[in-house]
Design a protein around this ligand. Structure first.
Ligand SMILES: [Zn+2]
Ligand SMILES: [Zn+2]
Length: 305
């Protein structure tokens, strides 16, 4: 698919409150909603990592960092009704790091209390079933009290169907085919990027990863690439032991510029940004030194189409 650059940039413009009219008029169009662009850093402006791919009125989440259900509710209010809490029904987890999964109990329980009637579908690496079992065990008394008390909701909405996945196609329905791509992330045995193929768009979310040839191969020519990143400039002044970790776990702006030059997405969205003192414009500037395509630094609740 090719769009003139100017039109594409317009389409990729975040839909904030002042452009809600566009969102409301076109609430079924395929889009990416940044529910949380944060990291383990407790930045009050950036909720825990979570991205929603919204297709034909259904939201497919990638990761569930802290704050996920409230950010989704905010997105629903701003023109993406598929993200209303009680409609959150499926999540693809990239890896089991706490910053990407601390919203799991929120995603299991809050929508149920708000009358989601069907179990949550969770896809993720081996270990995700144990994690969900432990979440249900931890809140067993809450589930019992709500089910036995006067609250009207008595559905199966508190249950979880956990699917432990292998690389390859992991999910398919009439809207989307989802492929898991194994990515290297520090000493995690299993971490995934996810590729969403829809009739009108292909969207790839990197998860946490250092540069990955498998990701390049899977993402080449995609419409929107949401990729994690850290500042190559600020990295230079990080303590040596942290440099070792970040180089093993994550992707620098310079590395991402090289990857994006190979992938050629229509839009590159910086995500899970480690700023270390720089800002969105600083990160974008670093990427642009080595990449001449369209790039934005994602913020919570921005929408890309
Ligand atoms: Zn992370
Ligand atoms: Zn991680």
């Amino acid at each position: 698919m090719t769009l003139p650059v100017a039109l594409f940039l317009l389409a990729a413009t975040p839909m904030g409150a002042d452009s809600g009219r566009v969102a409301l008029a076109d609430s079924n169009a395929t889009r990416v909603v940044m529910l949380g662009t944060g990291t383990p850093n407790a930045d009050p402006d950036r909720s825990g990592p979570s991205v929603a791919v919204v297709v034909n009125g259904r939201a497919y989440l990638v990761d569930c960092g802290p704050g996920v259900v409230r950010r989704a509710a905010a997105a629903a209010r701003s023109g993406t009704p598929a993200l209303a809490a009680e409609k959150l029904g499926i999540v693809f987890i990239t890896h089991l790091h706490s910053d990407h999964t601390m919203g799991l109990p929120d995603l299991v329980l809050t929508p149920w209390v708000l009358e989601r009637s069907t179990p949550l579908e969770v896809y993720g690496p081996v270990g995700v079933r144990s994690m969900t079992d432990h979440v249900l065990a931890a809140w067993a008394e809450d589930i019992r009290v709500r089910n036995e008390g006067l609250e009207p909701e008595k559905s199966d909405g508190w249950q979880v169907h956990a699917h432990e996945i292998q690389p390859g196609v992991v999910y398919r329905d009439s809207n989307v085919t989802v492929t898991a791509i194994p990515v290297p992330h520090a000493n995690w045995k299993r971490a995934f990027a996810y590729k969403f193929v829809m009739p009108d768009k292909t969207i790839v979310v990197s998860g946490d990863t250092r540069p990955s040839d498998a990701l390049v191969e899977a993402a080449t020519g995609c419409d929107i690439l949401v990729h994690e990143v850290y500042s190559a400039e600020q990295f230079k002044s990080r303590p040596v032991e942290w440099q070792r970790y970040h180089a093993d776990a994550h992707t620098s702006t310079a590395e991402l510029a090289a990857l994006a030059t190979r992938i050629k997405p229509r839009l590159l969205v910086l995500y899970h940004q480690l700023f270390w003192g720089t800002d969105d414009a600083g990160l974008v500037g670093e990427v642009r030194r080595g990449y001449d395509g369209a790039v934005v630094s994602g913020r919570d609740l921005e929408v890309y189409r």
